[in-house]
Design a protein around this ligand. Structure first.
Ligand code: SF4
Length: 494
């Protein structure tokens, strides 16, 4: 689709054409702006930011096409500086209902991605924007121009939006103030979705919005598994599918339930084949290690398997914690999780999934969680079962795997002696401490360099066969390996 290069804007009573000083095209989706090339950064890790769409039932209250700005504009910002940023849109349309707010809001990411020289990442209160020096040089003078271009795209792509206006905020104090209100709205949306479960409905919804940069990603939104980006609940997806059944949030009939604990359905598997172009043929919605849900890159939280303790760790986007016990920060873990792949040992989820009664239940649920970033643990504290709360370590308790092992033994964490899956009472692990006793690790060869915690990445270890030495298959993905010395010895004849 070719978008107009101009937009009509009001100048007093007159209506004039504005030529955008940037190109608008879906091919710019996924464009990255590096620090050296950025004019300013808005929101992100260091400054507050959010985006919000609100349904306005009284159309006369909307000044169609108008963008108001509270705070400094680009010419009042220092080059290389970082500022708070809020984008609040009000929409009206006869077919629009409140349920559609989140759906329209999620499209802000997509449409702003079409703007050349403007990088938009994440969603809700985690938006991170960069504007390139190049675009400013070409004539971009105001964030209002961005707002007008964005609204032009919204109306071109979603014709059910009849009227729309926007308030952009760059004044940090004001962003913080309005963010409090926005958080209440996000929370109310999330709360609504918590009362409904997968077994209560006959259909789930797909979302293909992120396939532009992760072509094999298969996002399935069910009542018990909200979207991994956190922006779309089952209700939001249903509203989107109703208004635009051919759009990215089409319906998936559940079909037959193959595995109620893992959350595997024939309808989801068919969707997996179709949406991934045959790359995947099955997905378990509530598993971590077996046929996991794919992750595009927008997940709010990244989970990683820690083989040494046979448990999972979790760290979220925007966490202040720099390192996890496996020695890697969120950014590095995120690069292993994303890309629309089904990566065993890593999982991207939305914050709300912690509140799901089916949270990774196939792999033991909370009994398998061994570590969380402290700010994440605090944030979802009310989702953690009371009996597990003190058993989950944070960076304040442990710094590496060895300390984590000691911690888990001290608190008698279920992973130490074996996890019994709560939902069906089946013992699903034998416990790493038990396994370690049975097969004590070989002593280090003299002169060999131990692998540093930094390089210990989650790996998949599969043993098979009975008796003797079982064959072991080790898969290292995106591993950073440094070897100080390798000693090769001839195996002595017996
Ligand atoms: S992360 Fe998934 S649900 Fe969220 S917008 Fe992308 S494809 Fe849709």
């Amino acid at each position: 689709m070719k978008y107009p290069e101009t937009d009509k804007i009001k100048m007093g009573e007159a209506e004039v054409e504005e030529k955008f000083p940037f190109d608008i095209n879906p091919m710019y989706e996924g464009e990255r702006i590096r620090k050296a090339g950025m004019y300013v950064e808005l929101g992100g890790q260091d400054k507050p930011g959010f985006e919000l769409v609100l349904f306005e039932p009284e159309p006369e209250k909307i000044k169609d096409g108008e963008v108001s700005l509270i705070g400094p504009d680009l010419d009042g910002m220092e080059e290389g500086g970082t500022y708070g940023y809020a984008m609040i849109y009000r929409v009206y349309g006869e077919q629009i209902e409140k349920d559609l707010e989140a759906v329209i809001e999620r499209r802000n990411h997509e449409y702003q991605g079409y703007i050349q020289g403007y990088m938009h990442l994440n969603q809700r209160a985690e938006v991170w924007v960069r504007i390139s020096k190049e675009t400013v040089k070409k004539g971009l003078k105001s964030v209002k121009q961005i707002g007008r271009a964005t609204m032009m795209l919204f109306k071109a792509e979603l014709p059910f939006i009849e009227k729309m206006d926007a308030t952009y905020i760059t004044d940090e104090e004001e962003v913080v103030k309005r963010l409090e209100e926005a958080n209440k709205i996000y929370e109310a949306r999330d709360m609504r979705a918590r009362g409904l479960h997968d077994e209560d409905v006959d259909e789930f919804y797909q979302c293909t919005l992120c396939q532009s940069f992760a072509p094999t990603n298969v996002c399935v939104v069910s009542p018990d598994r909200t979207a991994l980006c956190g922006a779309m609940s089952w209700f939001d997806s249903r509203a989107a599918a109703r208004i635009d059944p051919e759009g990215p949030n089409a319906l998936i009939l559940k079909g037959e339930c193959i595995d109620p604990i893992g959350g595997e359905y024939t309808g989801v598997n068919e969707a997996a084949v179709r949406l991934s172009s045959g790359e995947y043929d099955s997905i378990k919605l509530h598993a971590f290690l077996d046929k996991p849900h794919t992750s595009c890159g927008c997940f709010e939280v990244a989970g990683f398997y820690i083989p040494e303790v046979d448990g999972m760790g979790w760290v979220h986007r925007g966490s202040k914690v720099s390192d996890t016990p496996i020695g890697l920060p969120f950014s590095i873990i995120a690069s292993s999780v994303g890309g629309g792949k089904q990566v065993k040992g890593f999982l991207g989820i939305g914050i709300q999934y912690f509140y799901s009664p089916k949270f990774i239940q196939y792999d033991g649920g909370w009994c398998r969680v061994v570590w969380m970033a402290s700010d994440l643990k605090e944030r979802v504290g009310d989702a953690i079962p009371e009996e597990m709360n003190d058993s989950i370590a944070t960076e304040k308790d442990v710094r590496n795997i060895e300390e984590l092992k000691e911690f888990l033994k001290k608190v008698d964490h279920p992973v130490v002696n074996g996890v019994i899956r709560e939902v069906d009472g089946v013992r699903i692990t034998e416990g790493w401490a038990v396994a370690a006793e049975v097969a004590a690790p070989p002593a280090l060869v003299e002169g060999a360099v131990p692998v540093e915690a930094k390089n210990q990445v989650p790996m998949q270890v599969m043993a098979s066969g009975a008796g003797g030495n079982p064959p072991i298959k080790i898969i290292l993905k995106d591993a950073e390996i440094s070897v100080g010395k390798i000693i090769v010895r001839r195996k002595e004849e017996k």
